[in-house]
Design a protein around this ligand. Structure first.
Ligand code: KIV
Length: 285
């Protein structure tokens, strides 16, 4: 006698929840990690079901949710609200939340209070922007059990200091400074590093200089452990000229109709895993 009558769906074996050791294992064996930003429960469920490994509640929500022209107006309360929404929708994906501008720069103790607020709403790791100057804070947080993702290259919270959204680490001196920052942050305990808008050869050498560090690129070529894009950019929802590093995954190929959200996200995950995104000739610097 059949245990499962044909009308009863056979339960699928669900993949186990993602955690830091599993992410490290993927990075070590060269399986690319697919990351997308996410800001609410509905998208969290869709992204999770389509195999996205890491959901980043980015302060890019200032741009794509709030309609601001930068991430600077985003507050800790905004981040906590959206992190809680995403946490309710996810099941498997690892959840990273951004510490927003002004919530962590004053002292390690300020960063701890902000991180606790985000972890209480469901974040499993916090991300903060900046170089070696943040190493003390990274050490303070990781010693207290808070996993940290650092962020180097184009750091949008410093857009005014950097003079706009431009490629970072182009000349030898700037590249060396960025590599030294990455080493300092790794030694301080950062487990993951977002590299934004840097030349692909620099991103590769950062990975080589920091064994064990999970590197996630955005506009940083194909040599990182994984890739991240802003959800609204990869779904073709962001108006205006697309940055070169973005691919619109909602586009049907060869005149086919546009893809639904789940299919576009699945296509992104498959392209990252297969190494066909980013194509350095089209999306690299
Ligand atoms: O805020 C954000 O979405 C980010 C990604 C662009 C990496 O930091």
């Amino acid at each position: 006698m059949s245990v499962h009558p044909s009308s009863t769906p056979v339960p699928q074996t669900l993949p186990p929840p993602m955690n830091l050791p599993r992410l490290r294992e993927l990075a070590e064996r060269g399986e690319k990690i697919a990351v997308l930003t996410c800001y609410d429960a509905t998208f969290a469920r869709i992204l999770d079901e389509q195999g996205v490994d890491v959901l980043l509640v980015g302060d890019s929500l200032g741009n794509v949710i709030q309609g601001e022209s930068s991430t600077l107006p985003v507050t800790l309360e905004h981040m906590a609200y959206h992190t809680a929404c995403v946490a309710r929708g996810r099941r498997r994906a690892w959840l990273v939340a951004d510490l927003p501008f002004g919530s962590y720069e004053a002292s390690p103790a300020q960063a701890l209070a902000a991180s606790v607020a985000l972890m209480r709403t469901g974040a499993q790791m916090v991300k903060l922007e900046g170089g070696g100057v943040t190493a003390e804070t990274v050490h303070y947080l990781t010693q207290r059990g808070i996993p940290v993702c650092a962020h180097l290259g184009l750091t949008p919270q410093r857009v005014h200091a950097l003079g706009g959204f431009r490629v970072q680490g182009r000349d030898a001196q700037a590249a060396e400074a960025l590599r030294a920052d990455a080493v300092a942050l790794t030694q301080a305990g950062a487990a993951m590093l977002v590299l934004e808008l840097v030349p692909s050869h620099l991103a590769r050498t950062v990975g080589e200089a920091c064994p064990g560090l999970i590197t996630i690129g955005i506009g940083a070529g194909a040599g990182t452990s994984g890739q991240v894009l802003v959800l609204h950019d990869m779904l073709g929802l962001t108006p205006g000229k697309r940055p070169r590093f973005v691919r619109d995954f909602s586009r049907g190929i060869d005149g086919q109709p546009p893809l639904d959200v789940a299919t576009a996200v699945r296509t992104y995950v498959q392209a990252v895993k297969a190494g066909s995104f980013p194509d350095e000739a089209l999306h690299g610097y």
